[in-house]
Structures are given as structure tokens and as C-alpha cells.
Write a protein that binds this ligand. Structure first.
Ligand code: SF4
Ligand code: SF4
Length: 294
């Protein structure tokens, strides 16, 4: 199964929840950090990185000897990455999304392949889990193609060695966030009971609803704010799966990069229960015994 941990805004505790769930997950798992603009799951999980590779995207370069300036490539490109004006053709590789359309449509075979570096993919292992992350190159604007590359590598890994996947998704509700959660079996929305948290939870809930996957809410810093979060979840039949209390020791663990599931037996049990709920929401009834976390 694939579980995505998402949130309508940054700073809600999404990565804290992803890391804690990874540490107690009762089955074989791959922790995948798709928050490629600011990946930090590794800071909590401390995996040993065993491999890295660059992630590249194919972008067009025009063979001016062959180009007839027909303009079909510019007309096709939805991202304005090619422009044809009379007998001048310009390409803007930074705007290319790598869809490949211009390569296919050119009747003169004038579109040649160049590459642009998107970022890096790193992988390795931690205490009982596999790990993978993407990191967007500084200055690169397009994260979805890098995220697709990370996911494709993850798919290869679990095809040869099956495992559940726990995805730390990018915050927000734009294209990268939707890309991260769209193949999931279950989506957890992490929020806090403040007016900002409720507002962004509504956006995330409404944006991901059309994907049609089971969703549930994890309330972080429970005890803050007011009742509006609970009212919204009740109205929407959106289950609240777990509430992480607003406590100083939890905030200190988070700020020093420690797993909050290691703080107390109660918190550990709370995350084990959350993992079991995720497995059940994915329609997988039997969760094997939970190994004791070292
Ligand atoms: S489609 Fe091919 S021939 Fe036409 S303008 Fe583009 S590169 Fe040139
Ligand atoms: S590959 Fe797609 S996005 Fe990139 S320039 Fe060609 S048509 Fe545009």
C-alpha cells in the first residue's frame, strides 16, 4: 500500500508524523521524501545513504538546418517553451516540462534532445526501512518531473522487493502536492486546530477529494485554537484519526530532530494505532504483529 502524509500548509508537523510512522510501521516499508523543494525527512530518520544520481529532463534543441519554421512545435507547447517568429525560432529550456510533444510533432525531424538537470535522487537504508528522497536543484522551478523520477525509481525498488510506501508529500495544494498523493491508497492530512490550519485543511481536503482515496486527519498541537477544525471534520465526515498533544517535550523533540514516537510508550502506541488505521483504510485487514522498536 501507499500512504501519503500531506498538509495544506507547511509547518503543521507532516514530516514529524511521516518519520514517526516510518519508525513504528508494522510491515516492510520504503520512506519516500517527495517534498523535493525542502526535503528533511532524512534529518529525523538518519538513513545511511548508499546511492545518488542526478535527475535529468529531456528538453528540445532545434536543428536550424532542418527547421522549416512551420510553428507546429510552438503551437503545441502549453508552457511557451518554444517560440517561432517568422524565420526565428527560440527555445526556453527552463520552461520545458519534458512532455516530449514537440519531438513527436515536428514534421522535419528538427527537434533534437538536450538535457536539463532537475536535481538529485538519493537512496539508502535506515533502522528497519528503505529510504529514498529527491532534492530539487537550487534555481530549478519544476518539481513534478523530479517527483515522477523519484516515484519511478521507488516503483522499480518495490517491484523487486515489495514494501509499503510512506510518502512525505510537499505542503500545499498546487501541482507538486497533487502529484505526490495521486497514486496513494490512503491520504493523511496533518493539521493544527488554529484558524490557519483549518483554512488550509479545507483547501487540501477539497483539492484531494476528487482523487477518490480514503482520507483522514491527524491533528497536531491538539489543545490549541478552537473547535472549528472539529466542526469541519464532523460536517464532512472526515475522520480524525489521531491527536498529537501540544506539549513542550514534543516541541523540543521536533526541534532537535528526534522521533516523537520514541518519547514515551503512549506516543509509540498512538502511532502504532495510526499505522493500523492506515492499513485498514487501504482495505488490508490483517496487520502483522508490530516489531518492538529498538
Ligand atoms: S515543428 Fe519542427 S520544423 Fe516546425 S518550427 Fe518546430 S522545429 Fe521547426
Ligand atoms: S517537451 Fe513539451 S514542454 Fe518541453 S518544449 Fe517540447 S512541447 Fe514544450
Amino acid at each position: 500500500m501507499i500512504l501519503s502524509i500531506a498538509s495544506g500548509k507547511g509547518g503543521t508537523g507532516k514530516t514529524t508524523v511521516s518519520a514517526a510512522l516510518t519508525s513504528i510501521w508494522p510491515r516492510k516499508r520504503l520512506a519516500m521524501d517527495l517534498d523535493v523543494e525542502a526535503p528533511n525527512l532524512h534529518l529525523f530518520l538518519g538513513p545511511e545513504i548508499s546511492g545518488r544520481r542526478k535527475s535529468m529532463i529531456e528538453v528540445p534543441r532545434i536543428d536550424l538546418e532542418k527547421c522549416t519554421y512551420c510553428g507546429q512545435c510552438a503551437e503545441l507547447c502549453q508552457f511557451k517553451a518554444i517560440s517561432v517568429m517568422g524565420e526565428v525560432i527560440l527555445t526556453f529550456p527552463e520552461m520545458c516540462h519534458g512532455c516530449g510533444g514537440c519531438f513527436d510533432i515536428c514534421p522535419a525531424g528538427a527537434v533534437l534532445a538536450d538535457e536539463r538537470e532537475l536535481g538529485e535522487i538519493a537512496w539508502g537504508k535506515g533502522d528497519g526501512f528503505d529510504f529514498m528522497m529527491g532534492r530539487l536543484r537550487i534555481g530549478e522551478a519544476m518539481s513534478p518531473p523530479l517527483m515522477r523520477d523519484v516515484k519511478a525509481l521507488g516503483d522499480e525498488m518495490i517491484a523487486s522487493d515489495p514494501a509499503d510506501v510512506i510518502i512525505d508529500s510537499p505542503p500545499g495544494v498546487s501541482c507538486p502536492a497533487v502529484n505526490a498523493v495521486m497514486d496513494s491508497d490512503v491520504i493523511f492530512l496533518v493539521t493544527e486546530p488554529t484558524p490557519f490550519g483549518v483554512y488550509d485543511l479545507k483547501l487540501a481536503h477539497q483539492s484531494f477529494k476528487p482523487i477518490g482515496k480514503p482520507m483522514g486527519v491527524v491533528v497536531n498541537r491538539a489543545g490549541l485554537g478552537d473547535e472549528s477544525l472539529y466542526d469541519y471534520c464532523r460536517e464532512q465526515n472526515l475522520p480524525i484519526l489521531s491527536e498529537i498533544p501540544y506539549r513542550r517535550d514534543i516541541a523540543e523533540a521536533y526541534s532537535s530532530g528526534r522521533l516523537i514516537s520514541d518519547l514515551s510508550e503512549d506516543l509509540r502506541k498512538q502511532f502504532i494505532d495510526l499505522a493500523r488505521q492506515a492499513i485498514k483504510m487501504a482495505g488490508e485487514t490483517a496487520a502483522p504483529e508490530v516489531p518492538h522498536h529498538a
